[in-house]
Design a binder for this molecule. Structure first.
Ligand code: C5P
Length: 219
């Protein structure tokens, strides 16, 4: 691993799940440990980058030299990304953002009774799609966790979101685990990264990003 591939580059990373409140104690979230996103942050720091890590609720320890911004909901994550994105060279969107939020969360704990409880859900904004469409957008990298048809669904997602690079894995392999397999999708095709610790995959991803990324001053 060549250590300083992204020396002094500013990299924004989202990681972990988001949590959408239902009431004072309950919410909707995703099964995401934050391990992959934090590993990507670590690998980016090793490569010499200045890293801002925007993280949903996670129990693991973030790399100490990342600037950590902790958020809860997708809307908070979007606001934090919008506040931090200016001047960033690269945005790596690893977070498992909840697709929906609860329209009218209750401030108090909802008491149970014999009736069916209906929650009204509204779609959350797509954070990475917002960043891609900014006038001076950084180089954007997405992640996709699929439960089937990995190659087809991931490439469709990359094209729909207009991303130059997307890393995809099967949820069965990756969730909560310290190891995973990743497939990188870019304009050249697919690049499978075999089963390895997440930090190894993160370093390979950072190397791949460093190959594709062209600083705007050289464009
Ligand atoms: O569509 P899907 O959620 O599978 O897309 C995954 C990619 O999009 C990830 O990079 C994720 O961080 C990003 N995403 C986002 N905002 C959302 C949903 C997903 O940034 N609301």
């Amino acid at each position: 691993f060549q250590p300083k591939l992204l020396k002094n580059r500013k990299i924004l990373i989202t990681a972990g799940p988001t949590f959408e409140a239902i009431d004072a104690v309950r919410g909707i979230t995703n099964l995401s440990s934050g391990k992959m996103g934090y590993a990507v942050a670590r690998a980016a720091i090793e490569a010499g980058a200045e890293v801002t890590l925007i993280s949903g609720p996670s129990c693991i320890t973030p790399p100490s030299s990342a600037k950590l911004i902790s958020v809860t909901s997708a809307q908070e994550m979007l606001n934090a990304v919008n506040d931090a994105v200016e001047g960033m060279d690269i945005f790596i969107s690893v977070a498992a953002v909840s697709d929906y939020y609860v329209l009218n969360p209750s401030e108090q704990k909802i008491k149970k009774d014999a009736h069916i409880l209906t929650l009204e859900l509204a779609p959350n904004p797509d954070i990475v799609a917002n960043v891609v469409n900014l006038p001076n957008a950084p180089f954007c990298v997405g992640f996709a966790a699929e439960s089937e048809n990995l190659y087809e669904f991931a490439e469709m997602k990359r094209r729909r979101k207009n991303l130059p690079l997307l890393a995809a894995n099967l949820v069965q392999d990756a969730l909560g685990s310290d190891e995973s397999e990743l497939v990188l999708f870019d304009d050249e095709g697919t690049h499978p990264l075999p089963l390895a610790p997440k930090i190894t995959l993160a370093r390979q991803l950072i190397e791949h990003i460093a190959k594709l990324y062209i600083p705007s001053s050289q464009e």
